[in-house]
Design a protein around this ligand. Sequence first.
Ligand code: GAL
Length: 462
Amino acid sequence: MILKYEFPKGFWWGSAASATQTEGSSDKDGKSQNIWDYWYSNEPNRFFDGVGPQVTSDFYNRYKEDIKLMKDIGLNSFRFSISWSRLIPNGIGEVNKKAVEFYNNVVNELIDNNIEPFINLFHFDMPMILQNIGGWENREVVDAYEKYAKICFELFGDRVKKWFTFNEPIVPVEGGYLYDFHYPNVVDFKRAVQVAYNTVIAHKRAVKEFKNLNIKNGKIGIILNLTPSYSRSNNPADLKAAYIADLLFNRSFLDPVVKGEYPKDLIELLKQNNLLPEVQKDDKKLIENNKIDFIGINYYQPRRVKAKACMPNPEAPILPDNFFDNYEMPGRKMNVYRGWEIYEKGIYDIAINLKENYDNIESYISENGMGVQNEERFIKDGIIEDDYRIDFIKEHLKWLHKAIQEGCNVKGYHIWTFIDNWSWTNAYKNRYGLVQLDLKTQKRTLKKSAYWMKEVVKNNGF
Ligand code: GAL
């Protein structure tokens, strides 16, 4: 078979998931509440159709079945996250044996099926007990995270070689401290900056612990949603707006984790606006050292930006949006089922940026995918014919292929996600899976995209 797009040998074809979105059993076997369990119990109305994280796709009980399906599709790797509140119910201290048993089972089952486990330590799911003392605003939580990370490396590092400290750490900053879509629903730019900064410190401490342990063949990284910021025009005011958006949402994490330093312009911007975080004296060294080995990139949609049209309301809280307006590009291609722009070339631009400005650090696409509402309407002969998803993946892969051809150090592609999962406040509104989940019966059915993916993986291209 002649392939037009062939990927490098050993390419990581896989999928990604997170604990809170898939495990269910959220109050079973010793797990304590995380912010999602708590927020849902308190304000179920904030969740689409009132569905919470108690059951989700029941990975806690059905991991064997799911791993078998992954194997049937031919996927060779899987990224999941450990639930901190399951592993260490008090956030710090005693380790929950049942949790260790569960994660050991998952790791072993994956390996037995020739699927490489990638572990992520934190996917939006702060244990409630630690949120109660301030979450990432409190350095004690940073200390607790460092201990938690070390415990994970020691428990699973003999078998798991690819580790991530955080998934999209900017999202809890945006959701929890700027735009009110995560608990604790604070709107306060200064506190948001502190949360972001302390997350970087937590990340660095975990990287340090990891390197000290000298895990054989082990690599550690972070997963960032490196949403490119495109400017409406080449007018200096538009360019500046895009530059600031990039500083705030991308480089605020990308630069310290890869280069070991914050962009000077970011520090300047925060300073001018009285937003600088509190720092401690050893932080600088910690940030300079402890760089990552590789990086995961999540990409869904671009960010388009233009200069501000009006002065911000001086009585409203200051937000990143004080420095730019979002821009809807006329004629843009849309995922109409989700309301997101589709811009496939973004994936290429991110890879080229890493190549040109970040020493061509090893990377992979850790999430890319398409959420669609009411997918049942596309069922034909019992399966969801999700041709839109196939097109979506294919067009992104073409651009990724081009980036690799041009020398970008990209090692794999993980789809979000394997099975329809619980998406935070959107719950089950938008479905992303290669596999359809019947929420009532927990029955799993492969979608057309799963069969397509199977061919792609088999041929290592298309
Ligand atoms: C990402 C996030 C995932 C998932 C996905 C689709 O930002 O990492 O947890 O929810 O969006 O909405």
